[in-house]
Design a protein around this ligand. Structure first.
Ligand code: NIG
Ligand code: FE
Length: 389
């Protein structure tokens, strides 16, 4: 196993119980972090990389992404920017394109998008199914997703499949029966879109319960399009995360604050659907644990960039730069119930991002600028500095 000393770190933002360190160094041993501290105290290692005074942060944890799909919906985006509203119905046009795509086309698209994620600093990412909506197409999506991440989510309950438009109960039976049996071996999580145009509270409970009986852990798309029961269902079922939380009331916030359920905010969706942002300040001030994720999908949020989401969260959702960085790293890890990623500490996976900046504030301060200098994932350089490429 090779060890690497990363030194010359101007500011190390650990996102762990270790305070941020100036003039820091980190030693990677194989795929783990072996040592963290002041540069002058660093032990010797096989290799040495000097990052020239740049800031270093943990790799981002993108806990919410829909990457297995065919086609794209730029015309729908353009129509929205001219005043058309967003609705869950758009999902069905991606379902048709996904069903029509070959395995290789889907795989290549996921490969391209995961490269984008890694290049923008995300070293852990979740991938959902949800654009197949048949037993065969959902299990195919999850098999492909598993080639890229262990964090795979069964989202057969994205919307009612077009074939079941007149029989939503029949579709819930499929999602909780034959489709679940085919998908559970390839998934860690079960998710349901509990919102207008998708599934109601009773359907969502039935879907989550069935998934949990098959060994999957629950998460919920909740309160994106309107206020509804999604957040309460997520908390009641012990979901790891309630995602979106755009329309929440005091009762929802109190329930989240009292629970182990993370509120995952997805500002890319509000940005691209021109909708009001979730009230991050109210959630944080009430003690709710927050994650920030991209929601990358071709309909409501076609971005793989957590730096972009951080910039929006700071500028428009009134999160401090530190809160936004925490939400995109250790917050995402909590939303995936992981403690080996999202922070820099001895024993954690060696996932580091070297920024071409002296301070992580630059993630929001330099919107739209690629300030990712290097990315290390499980101890390996997965994005090299421009002058080493
Ligand atoms: O998270 N909310 C449901 N699903 C996606 C949107 C999917 C689409 O429009 O294709 C979301 O925003
Ligand atoms: Fe989503």
């Amino acid at each position: 196993m090779t060890s690497t000393l990363i030194t010359g770190i101007g500011l190390l933002s650990t996102q762990s119980e270790i305070d941020d360190v100036r003039d820091a160094a980190v030693v990677l041993d194989g795929d783990r972090i072996a040592w963290v501290g002041i540069g002058n105290d660093a032990p010797a290692a096989d290799d040495r990389v000097d990052v020239g005074g740049r800031a270093v942060i943990p790799g981002f944890v993108d806990s919410h992404a829909h990457l297995v799909f065919g086609g794209e919906r730029s015309a729908e985006f353009a129509a929205r920017m001219s005043g058309q509203p967003y609705s869950a119905g758009g999902i069905r046009s991606t379902v048709a394109a996904t069903r029509a795509a070959s395995d290789d086309e889907l795989r290549q698209n996921v490969h391209r998008l995961t490269r984008e994620l890694i290049n923008s600093g995300s070293t852990t990412f979740e991938i959902k199914s949800g654009y197949g909506l048949t037993t065969q197409d959902e299990s195919r999506a999850l098999r492909i997703a598993r080639e890229f991440t262990p964090e795979t989510t069964y989202l057969g309950a994205h919307v009612v499949a077009p074939e079941y438009a007149d029989d939503p109960t029949g579709y819930v039976d499929l999602v909780t029966g034959e489709m679940l049996d085919a998908c559970a071996p390839h998934a860690r999580w079960v998710d349901v879109f509990c919102d207008r145009g998708a599934f109601d509270a009773d359907q969502a409970r039935a879907i989550l319960r069935a998934g949990m009986s098959a060994g999957l852990a629950p998460r919920v798309h909740a309160n994106q399009l309107q206020h509804g029961p999604g957040v309460q269902v997520a908390v009641e079922m012990g979901a790891a995360s309630a995602d979106h939380c755009t329309h929440v009331d005091d009762g929802d916030i109190a329930a989240l604050a009292d629970s182990g359920t993370v509120a995952t905010l997805l500002p890319g969706a509000e940005f691209s659907t021109r909708s009001p942002y979730p009230d991050a300040r109210r959630l944080i001030d009430a003690g709710v644990t927050i994650a920030l994720a991209t929601d990358c999908n071709p309909g409501s949020s076609f971005t793989t960039s957590l730096p972009f989401c951080i910039a929006v969260a700071v500028r428009d959702m009134h999160m401090t730069p530190t809160e936004a960085l925490t939400a995109a790293t250790v917050g995402g890890a909590k939303a995936l119930r992981r403690n080996d990623v999202g922070s820099i500490k001895v024993g954690a996976r060696a996932d580091l991002v070297v920024l071409d900046a002296p301070d992580p504030i630059h993630l929001a301060y330099r919107p739209g600028v690629d300030i990712i200098h290097q990315v290390w994932r499980a101890g390996a350089p997965v994005r090299r500095a421009a002058d080493e490429r």
